[in-house]
Design a binder for this molecule. Structure first.
Ligand SMILES: Nc1ncnc2c1ncn2[C@@H]1O[C@H](COP(=O)(O)OP(=O)(O)O)[C@@H](O)[C@H]1O
Ligand SMILES: [Mg+2]
Length: 250
């Protein structure tokens, strides 16, 4: 199973990704957790050991130059567009208690654009994560939809679109749904987050027609944890329900 957690900025992508990862680990799955957001935060949310020291893939300049056969001193030069990446997670990304953390980082190249060696390398990595049995990939995506393309589609089979019960958040969610359909993603689900009551659920059901597979309430424990993911009794029940739905529909 390869799940991309998407949605509007602030909707709760990192929170939902972290909660799912924690559940998956409890269920003895081995998880590859990929932080695809330039605003790196999944490691913190998971309380991954020394998360701040995990080096983003984009910053591994000499490795990228070697694998893409590019010359960093010639930004407009030729490079290989299908670099070998299969060994990267095991060699360069730390693992702790069933979770391997891959931090993609921020491609910082105004003139390089999308077609720079760093971007190509990162996209290849997403597209070529090979899973062993009982392994699950969870990608915490950047906000919005601009970055969602074929590279993401190659790497995932499930889109989990997080939305708050607001018109703006739903609009972004539906836009992502359309994109995901166009990319041929097999399973596209919505999850409502920061739900305050039944009227929020009713609003989302009406706005999304179908595909709302679960809701997570606005949760005081999460607010007080200030970015670090923790379960309380209620959120655990809600996450369990989402997990059951996803695994039954997979
Ligand atoms: N269900 C929730 N209840 C309370 N706070 C939440 C909930 N979901 C997310 N948050 C908080 O909202 C903020 C944004 O969530 P985050 O997961 O970082 O969003 P995103 O990754 O989509 O930008 C964080 O401070 C997070 O702790
Ligand atoms: Mg985030």
């Amino acid at each position: 199973m390869k799940i991309a957690v998407t949605g509007k900025g602030g909707s709760g992508k990192t929170t939902i990704a972290a909660g799912l990862i924690k559940l998956l680990v409890e269920k003895k799955k081995s998880v590859i957790a990929v932080d695809c957001d330039p605003d790196i935060s999944l490691g913190l949310s998971l309380d991954f050991p020394q998360y701040a020291q995990v080096k983003p893939i984009c910053e591994m300049k000499s490795l990228i130059a070697e694998r893409t056969e590019s010359d960093p001193s010639r930004p407009q030069g030729f490079f290989k567009i299908n670099p070998q990446v299969g060994d990267i997670p095991e060699k360069f990304c730390p693992q702790d208690k069933g979770v391997r953390l891959i931090v993609m980082g921020k491609v910082n190249k105004p003139q390089g654009g999308c077609l720079c060696p760093e971007n190509t390398f990162v996209r290849s990595l997403i597209g070529h994560l090979v899973l062993k049995e009982d392994e699950v990939v969870v990608l915490d995506m950047a906000a919005g939809s601009e970055h969602l393309g074929r590279a993401t589609a190659r790497g995932v089979d499930t889109f989990l679109i997080v939305t708050e019960p607001s018109k703006m958040s739903v609009e972004t969610a539906r836009h992502i749904q359309e994109l995901a359909k166009g990319l041929g993603i097999a399973k596209i689900f919505f999850i409502g987050n920061k739900i305050k009551g039944q009227s929020d659920i009713d609003f989302l059901r009406a706005a999304l027609n179908e595909g709302l597979i679960g809701t997570i309430s606005l949760n005081r424990a999460l607010e007080e944890a200030r970015g670090r993911f923790i379960f309380d009794v209620n959120s655990r029940k809600e996450f369990d329900a989402v997990y059951e739905k996803i695994s039954n529909l997979s």
